[in-house]
Design a protein around this ligand. Structure first.
Ligand code: KG4
Ligand code: ZN
Length: 328
């Protein structure tokens, strides 16, 4: 069963054809990132206009790369939230119209749950359920207990900034470019994690809070730091280690509480090599198996949307494709 996936929740216009939830026939991603860089963050109006400009080409490209005819597509899966309203609207409008014209069903996909599914894609080894799932992206930091692909229980989420957002903001404080994650990772390699930063405690242990550490970095930089590269690198390294410590601690706690021995990760921050290295070490020590998505599937993409769509469709789910920017 060929499924066409469409993802437009933020600044990436993505389309993909996936067979039976597993075989990746195409994966196209057009990003409007370059147009947002000078503003230091994604500008929603620019993002939605760029989606409008590119979606036809991206979907056409995904079909031709897959060498699949339109009439062979049996289902269209589109992200309906969480995300930017105007951006979601473009993908949803396109998916709905296409499904109607072709006389095939469409299904709505939650972006965070799709990030969890990305770790299940493109691997020989099957991951048995249940698992604990952690999504670490620019907009979210959420822990799930994944009984099945249609049963993902939210265990905890950030109370303020997402981890990726904290990377982006701290990069700005350090005078680095946008997006901040890769810039911090690069600079952190040259520094020592010797500065004591801390993530704020949360009333519920599986929630996250990253706005306090961002402010702590700001005060540190204002008070002590001349813009010497070595010191900035130490700040980057210390900040990165503290964020990773917190993500590891809470993920392992979730595994313990839910008695799962498997942990899957997803989201843009999971591209970070230091994060992968530290999670692998910590999980091994705790006797837990950790699974990362392939790097190209960590960032926003439509493969994860088509893949999850297949499973949900087979379980009987259908969708109105109503736009839900604050989808929980
Ligand atoms: O999942 P994603 O592509 O988009 C959202 O759904 O938000 O994640 C984007 C986030 C950005 O905040 C970016 O700074 C972060 O992922 N990111 C990284 C790295 N590469 C991207 N964070 C840490 N280290 C990286 N190497
Ligand atoms: Zn995402």
């Amino acid at each position: 069963m060929y499924v066409l996936g469409i993802e437009t929740s933020c600044d990436e216009t993505a389309a993909s054809v996936v067979k039976n939830g597993a075989d990746i026939y195409s994966n196209l991603v057009a990003s409007s990132l370059e147009f947002h860089k000078k503003y230091g963050g994604v500008i929603p109006e620019i993002a939605s206009r760029m989606h409008l400009d590119t979606i036809n080409f991206v979907v056409e490209g995904a079909l031709s790369q897959a060498k699949v005819k339109l009439r062979d597509i049996r289902l269209i899966a589109a992200t309906t939230g969480p995300g930017l309203g105007g951006s979601l609207l473009v993908g949803i409008g396109f998916a709905k119209s296409m499904a109607l014209a072709l006389g095939i069903p469409a299904i709505e996909i939650n972006h965070l749950r799709a990030h969890i599914y990305s770790a299940f894609l493109g691997r020989q080894e099957k991951i048995s359920l249940p698992v604990t799932g952690l999504v670490v992206s620019g907009g979210h930091t959420s822990l799930f207990y994944v009984r099945d692909f249609d049963q993902m229980e939210l265990l905890g989420a950030t109370l303020d900034d997402a981890a990726g957002e904290a990377f982006d903001k701290v990069a700005k404080i350090l005078g680095l470019g946008y997006p901040g994650g890769p810039e911090i990772e690069r600079l952190a390699k040259k520094g020592n994690a010797k500065i004591k930063f801390k993530c704020s405690d949360t009333p519920k242990p599986l929630d996250f809070s990253f706005s306090g550490i961002k402010t702590a970095v700001l005060y540190y930089v204002q008070r002590r730091l001349s813009q010497r590269i070595r010191q900035r690198a130490d700040v980057a390294a210390s900040f990165q280690e503290t964020i990773i410590d917190t993500l590891i601690k809470k993920s392992l706690l979730a595994c313990e509480i839910k008695k799962t021995r498997r942990l899957v990760l997803g989201g843009g921050v999971v591209i970070n090599n230091r994060l992968r290295e530290r999670f692998s070490q910590a999980a091994k020590y705790a006797g837990i198996k950790v699974y990362f998505p392939q790097k190209r599937l960590s960032m926003d993409n439509a493969v994860m949307v088509a893949g999850l769509g297949y499973h949900l469709f087979r379980k009987g789910y259908r969708g109105n494709l109503d736009i839900t920017p604050n989808l929980s």
